[in-house]
Design a protein around this ligand. Structure first.
Ligand code: ZN
Length: 71
């Protein structure tokens, strides 16, 4: 299933952008850059992480498939 419109609008936003209404918290996952907050969409079921690309990078909303060490 492709990303729903809410998730499309969420991806690549900075970390201070709030999660959309259909995103449910799924705890934390360990990525190559450290811990990230995991969310899953209740509409399209895609996993989205609030994660940094590397240690010094600011958090961004990313599709879980894009994070090394997950999926
Ligand atoms: Zn979605």
């Amino acid at each position: 299933m492709s990303l729903c419109a809410l998730c499309m609008a969420q991806i690549d936003r900075p970390g201070h952008f709030p999660p959309h209404a259909r995103l449910a918290r799924r705890g934390q996952v360990l990525t190559a850059a450290g811990y990230a907050f995991a969310y899953q969409c209740e509409d399209c079921s895609h996993a989205i992480l609030l994660a940094a690309a590397h240690e010094d990078a600011p958090d961004r909303w990313v599709l879980a498939d894009d994070i090394p060490g997950t999926g």
